[in-house]
Design a protein around this ligand. Structure first.
Ligand code: XIL
Length: 297
């Protein structure tokens, strides 16, 4: 019958999910993943704290387990993430300035070399902007405003074949200051030849906030800069079917919107506690939002 991945593939797109390593022992999860999805993201296992617990000592076991399962089941994999203010290696806390900058570059080189040629996308930098559209303050930002472009240049050199993404949340509404801040950075990067290939919009819709009417305009505006766009971590409070339909439709209306990922599969997989924000319920049954997404693909 019809599945999310089959429907997405009709237009050359993918339909993805995120999984934690614990789900590798969850037959119910794996069955839906295998049936419905053709792209996988590791929830935590490819983050900096997971892959480089001690300086220069990389640990890819958890990330590789997800990568291996996904690719053995015909999926591609999005790498998430290399440079972020959160979930950093503990040793980064003791570093600043050029020492932290060097540690970031070494981390990018170490992780991307391991996965070279294997991944479809990397979220090179995650969540670097504040709500007011300026740079979020962080230890990485304190190393100098050029830390993001340095990260992207290092990433391109480490694995020239993978698409390099900037990923953030609350950048779905075109009129929002944060969206404009990210847009200005991507425009500047494209103008100066900084290697960025895609923008990931996390698409966490919370607390009854409605789908911004400008969402499609945001996607098409980024795309017009010459980058792909993707919905990378979608979840919606109570899985409002109309919002899921709208975010899917927005992606479908923008040729450079390459795919949609939900942050988990069943409500029991979600990081958002009891908000029931995903397409499948705790008993693995598809919810009304599943049907509205499927019909919009
Ligand atoms: C979340 C995970 O789902 C949690 O398990 C973890 O405790 C915190 O991170 N934006 C992101 C994701 O880019 O990496 C976050 O994932 C959710 C918000």
């Amino acid at each position: 019958g019809a599945t999310l991945k089959a429907a997405a593939e009709r237009s050359g797109r993918y339909f993805g999910a995120a999984m934690g390593g614990d789900r590798l022992n969850d037959a119910g999860f794996l069955a839906i993943a295998n049936r419905e999805f053709d792209m996988m993201t590791a929830v935590n296992e490819m983050k900096p704290d997971a892959t480089e617990p001690n300086r220069g000592q990389f640990d890819f076991r958890a990330g590789d387990a997800i990568y291996t399962w996904a690719t053995q089941h015909g999926m591609r994999v999005r790498g998430h993430t290399l440079a972020w203010h959160a979930q950093q290696p503990r040793f980064w806390a003791g570093l600043s300035g050029s020492a932290l900058r060097t540690a970031m570059i070494d981390h990018i080189n170490g992780v991307m070399t391991h996965y070279r040629g294997k991944l479809a996308y990397w979220d090179v930098v995650n969540e670097a902007f504040a709500e007011n559209g300026s740079r979020r303050s962080s230890n990485l930002q304190s190393t100098g405003n050029d830390w993001i472009e340095v990260a992207f240049r290092a990433a391109r050199a480490a694995d020239p074949g993978v698409k390099l993404c900037y990923n953030d949340y609350n950048i779905e509404n075109w009129t929002y200051a944060k969206t404009q801040g990210v847009y200005a950075m991507i425009r500047d990067f494209k103008a100066r030849g900084v290697p960025v290939d895609c923008v990931g919009l996390q698409t966490h819709f919370t607390g009854g906030s409605s789908l911004p009417g400008t969402f499609q305009q945001t996607l098409s505006s980024f795309a017009a800069l010459g980058v792909d766009v993707a919905l990378t971590e979608a979840d919606v409070t109570n899985a409002a079917a109309g919002q899921y339909q709208g975010l899917t439709q927005a992606c479908m209306n923008v040729p450079r919107c390459v795919g949609i990922t939900t942050w988990g599969i069943r409500d029991s997989d979600s990081w958002r506690g009891n908000e029931s924000p995903l397409l499948f319920d705790r008993n693995s049954n598809p919810k009304p939002a599943y049907t509205s997404v499927l019909n919009a693909l």
